[in-house]
Design a protein around this ligand. Sequence first.
Ligand code: 13P
Length: 336
Amino acid sequence: MNNPQLSLSTVANQLVAPSKGILAADESTGTMTKRLDAIHVESTLENRNKWREIMMTSTGVESYISGVILYDETLRTPTLGGVKLQDLFQSKKIHIGIKVDGGTVKLPGLGEEVFIQGLDKLGKRLLEYKELGATFTKWRAVYSVGENMPSDAVITGNSIALAQYAALVQEAGLVPIVEPEILVLTGSHTIETSKEITKKVLTDVFRWLKEFKVDLKGMLLKPNMVLPGKEHLAMTSADDIAKFTVETLLATVPPEVPGMVFLSGGLNPDQSTEYLAKMNQLYAGKLPWQLSYSYGRALQQEGLQAWSGKQENVTTAQKVFLDRAKKVSQARSGKI
Ligand code: 13P
């Protein structure tokens, strides 16, 4: 839906409209190759776009999906399912999003921690993406948890980059999704540690968003849920995850932000659905923002498996994909 009349806050609110959320289908070529390798499908441009076409041409996808984040190669694809890409999205009233960060880079002296590149000439790229129909964007910063991690350098460096990105995106008339993804499932830390780190990172992110005069009403936050390291996950209740996550967000995210669109971050589809439902159940009517989704793996995993690269499986794959999308959509109103 590329309607130049829509304000940033209208688009942001449409993206988190009740019972809807975002499909993250912006895997870089390397990541998509891993996903296709797992189902023994060759990672050609044709196959990568075929899968994206299968999802986007599923009948009724627009009941659950308000926007799709694409990767550069998909946005440049002239047609999906024989229809002009922009027309397909327009006909379903689904917003087109685009990942604009340039991936990770290591810096000498900072061990395993990474920074994100991509601010160079971003303004020019944004105008091109807008021309191609995009109304929103995503920038993912990533933080490891461990001894002395995330470091202050990574926290501040990422906050400033996220804020500069968000300011440039709004200047171009697009809605920025700000994604500080803390890899909370990796490691052996407790949920308390995860909360402390998420709080520290989000506090710093909002400090810099304000410094760079980002309009909080015209952006969305894509946070991780507050989870313990993987080995403790089975012992942690959905209630606790919901409470730790929402308490952390209440302490850090200003009420002007229209919504949270969680990432699934390695949780399986059922866990991602259950935890989102639990948060919406426990806090119904009590929060200043919407609690929604921008899942990649949790929305795609089962459908991708059902497809397995075979034409005869397309109808089943679409059904499996839509079934999960429906469950996640219902999680918006607390149903599990
Ligand atoms: P996952 O839901 O697979 O974590 O992907 C979301 C995403 O877009 C991460 O940047």
